[in-house]
Design a protein around this ligand. Structure first.
Ligand code: GLC
Length: 809
């Protein structure tokens, strides 16, 4: 069973049945202004921060058939009243002749046919602009002239998104709307909470005369609010009530009479939803975007943005599902996580508790660095502002205010107030940026630490390099009885919360990986003293890990405060964890023999044909000594579910040990594009990775949830491009060292790197999985597998022959 198909030509996924098992969404704009649009036209739009400045009220928990945030009604005369329907299907649910939701790059286009009327609506936010545009085209397909009215509607929320739900007295008392008449019957309906009326107004407007409007939900629905979104009674009247709300649930509905449309004729009407300081301030751009030509140009600009973004890396492999994902959908998802972190989706509703995560965003940066390194650097800067002087990091922050907090650790009395891993991820992000962009001077930029004095000024600042060094220092000094890093409140796995004093193996290995980065950087900077120092730390931790964490066939995952291991065969539940095995390979701590054993254990004990489980067996009941992980039934989320974020780490580890077949098997089994015909089981969008899939201990094995905002996006992109295809930026140039299935004859990649285009062709006539026999650049053989930096704006041909490696690295 499927609900649509991939249209590669247009770089879209086209949904052909509005009754998808859950809402399938798409993102428009950025965190600065934007949000998501679902496949039935509902929209959640925010400016700057989903928790603190939200514009539309979108309640994911309402039934899928319900109105969410925005819709569009059309109507024509029928009997004594009107036939009212929504071309988005929801909320009126009329039978349709055609329904297509085109999930495009930065836009959603809904094309539908109902009652002889074709509606074609493109919904998007222009690049670097702050308005949601709906470009609506209506065509009369019948053989009779038709009189059609068009009524776009949005429902507002209080900007403090959580207050909207927690205070049903203050919120409705403050919400107000006003109409602002413009020239030629055009109208702007503005809306604001009373306290912001001079500083921040929402506006909704169109480029067609408005004959009447409504701003109060009760009046719009009719009969004291007992009308419904499926059948708003006010739309049975000739005109809306022109009521300017003084309180209550504010909406904006604009009634436009298009007049008589001839058979075959198309009319176009453009709406804008935005927020500005005042109408006066908003007017110039409102006027600009009332012009059809400006809207066409904005759409072309959006396409140009994506052309440019995607052109940084395009692949041609023998696997079509891999090509779909790497050329369009995976980089788009990485751009989305870079924008919204884990802050705003159907599953992570951004109501206040969360913000942008330090750990998450550090990893998200790595997913976009190939495409927009400068934006990556900006995000790194932001993150460094919430680093603490001791080298640890605040767990999350509100992007608008830059106020940070310690996350869930605040809720548990006596628990450590830091997470063992957060501060280390940024080391990886910084070096990824340096290798991509070559801007070593960034290391000298001075950025304040988070702590402030009474006047609110930062107490201390440090260079980017200093921030990195302190991150290493923090872990080095915060170790437990075995000399392994302390867990803190939690590590990457937020849900295992052990007593203070517990030690974490993922932190140990992440520290190892960060040290490898520090050593490589110091070597590049010719700082021998640091190379030696960091190497000593590295060897020391390597010894501790191998001494205390090897369990015979795999590595354990944690040591509890009393020394009891978790993730050991001595446990009855949670005997083996995937991260426990992939990370010692990624850190280089595992000896070759242990690496092979540990990865085989993953294959035997954790793999399913739908993905690798995070751990097994699942914990069978709530146990406050372990924490959140035991709140899930076995097979769900962190409790033995297929938590996808961890799958690419196993893939990366497999490529490090040279297992191209297995790496690709793991890659393919979780490729959402390959689930397109199994949607009844999978349920989520086949064009993005979900965070989790239920594991085989759960009766609904294979069901996905929490799509879009997951670290899977960035890591699977890195795993596929840098480790399977093996195109890896380094300080010296672009290294090419693939690890692919032996049956592949080769593949091609176009990669933009340091202002030159590398047109790479990899040939695998010997059908090996790994090994580079020779590399030719523009016809000349080079030594080794690092293609030099050109920086000349030109295109260079790179030919790589795989086979038995002549010169070992
Ligand atoms: C969620 C969090 C992420 C965490 C993961 C595992 O995806 O956003 O930070 O690492 O869960 O618990």
């Amino acid at each position: 069973m499927n609900y649509g198909y991939f249209d590669d030509q247009n770089r879209e996924y086209v949904i052909t049945n509005p009754k998808a098992p859950v809402k399938w969404i798409n993102y428009v704009g950025t965190l600065a202004f934007g949000g998501f649009v679902d496949h039935t036209g509902g929209a959640l739009i925010c400016k700057g921060d989903p928790a603190l400045n939200r514009i539309t009220k979108y309640i994911p928990q309402l039934p899928d058939s319900d109105f969410k945030g925005a819709t569009l009604y059309l109507r024509f005369k029928q009997g004594n009243g009107y036939k009212v329907f929504s071309p988005y299907s929801v909320p009126t649910l009329d039978p349709y002749d055609l329904y297509e939701c085109h999930v495009g790059l930065g836009y959603t286009r809904i094309v539908s046919e109902f009652y002889g009327i074709r509606t074609d609506v493109t919904i998007f936010v222009p690049v670097r602009d702050s308005r949601l545009i709906r470009d609506i085209k209506i065509t009369n397909l019948s053989d009779q002239p038709m009189e059609i009215d068009v009524i776009p509607v949005v429902e507002y929320t209080h900007p403090d998104a959580l207050k909207q739900f927690t205070n049903a007295d203050w919120v409705p008392q403050t919400m107000q709307s006003r109409v602002y008449g413009d020239e030629k019957g055009l109208k702007i309906l503005i809306q604001y909470p009373f306290m912001y009326r001079e500083t921040r107004i929402n506006y909704f407007t169109s480029n067609h005369p408005v004959s009447s409007f409504e701003s109060d939900r009760k009046r719009f629905l009719g009969e004291s609010g007992y009308g419904s979104w499926a059948n708003p009674l006010s739309l049975q009247e000739a005109e809306l009530s022109n009521y300017e709300a003084l309180r209550g649930d504010n909406i904006a509905a604009l009634l436009h009479h298009l007049g008589e449309i001839q058979p075959g004729e198309t009319r176009r009407i453009i709406t804008q939803l935005g927020q500005e300081e005042s109408v006066e301030k908003a007017l110039p751009l409102i006027r600009k975007y009332r012009d059809e030509e400006s809207v066409d140009e904005a759409l072309r600009n959006l396409a140009r943005f994506w052309d440019d973004y995607l052109s940084k890396m395009q692949v041609e492999t023998p696997d079509p599902s891999m090509n779909h994902m790497l050329n369009v959908h995976n980089p788009r998802q990485c751009y989305t996580t870079k924008n919204w972190s884990r802050y705003l989706s159907l599953y992570q509703p951004g109501l206040g508790a969360r913000g942008m995560g330090f750990r998450d965003t550090s990893q998200d940066v790595m997913g976009i660095i190939t495409h927009i390194p400068e934006e990556g650097k900006d995000l790194i800067r932001k993150l460094l502002h919430i680093r603490k002087r001791d080298g640890s990091a605040m767990h999350q922050f509100n992007p608008l205010t830059m106020v940070a907090n310690e996350g869930d650790s605040r809720e548990v009395e006596g628990a450590p107030r830091y997470y063992g891993d957060d501060h280390l991820w940024i080391v990886l992000a910084i070096t990824a940026y340096l290798k991509e962009a070559g801007e070593i001077a960034f290391l000298d930029e001075v950025i304040p630490y988070y702590e402030k004095d009474e006047a609110g000024n930062p107490i201390e600042s440090g260079t980017v390099h200093d921030h990195m060094e302190r991150a290493i220092k923090f872990t080095r000094h915060n170790v437990g009885t075995h000399g392994l890093p302390l867990l803190g409140f939690a590590d990457w796995n937020d849900t295992v919360n052990l007593k203070p004093g517990a030690e974490s193996l993922i932190v140990a290995n992440l520290y190892g990986r960060a040290l490898l980065e520090m050593i490589e950087l110091a070597r590049y900077l010719e700082d021998t003293e640091s190379v030696e120092g960091y190497t000593a730390y590295y060897e020391e931790m390597k010894r501790r890990v191998n001494e205390h964490a090897w369990d015979g066939e795999w590595y354990v995952r944690y040591l509890d405060v009393d020394g009891t291991p978790l993730g050991s065969r001595s446990n009855t539940e949670g005997q083996i964890y995937a991260n426990g095995q992939s990370w010692p390979v990624i850190s280089g701590f595992a000896t070759p023999e242990r690496a092979a054993k540990a990865l085989d254990s993953v294959y035997r004990r954790l793999n399913t044909r739908k993905g690798i489980r995070l751990s097994t067996p699942g914990y069978k009941g709530f146990d406050p000594r372990k924490g959140g992980v035991t709140t899930y039934p076995p097979g769900a989320k962190e409790n033995g579910g297929i938590f996808l974020h961890t799958n690419p780490w196993v893939i990366i580890a497999e490529t490090i040990v040279g297992h191209g077949e297995r790496a690709f098997e793991y890659y393919s089994q979780i490729n959402p594009a390959a689930k397109n015909d199994r949607i009844n089981e999978f349920e989520c969008e086949p064009y993005v990775y979900p965070q989790n899939i239920l594991g085989d201990e759960h009766p609904q094995f294979g069901l996905a949830r929490n799509s879009w905002l997951t670290g899977t996006a960035s890591w699977i992109y890195q795993a596929a491009t840098q480790y399977i295809l093996g195109i890896m930026p380094t300080y010296e140039g672009l290294q090419i060292d693939p690890c692919i299935p032996g049956k592949w004859d080769g593949f091609k990649v176009t990669r933009v790197f340091r202002d030159a285009v590398y047109q790479i062709e990899v040939k695998n006539r010997d059908h090996v999985c790994k090994g580079v026999k020779s590399v030719k650049v523009d016809g000349q053989e080079i030594k080794g597998k690092i293609v030099p930096i050109f920086g000349d704006g030109k295109t260079h041909r790179v030919e790589v022959i795989m086979g038995e490696e002549v010169e070992k690295r």
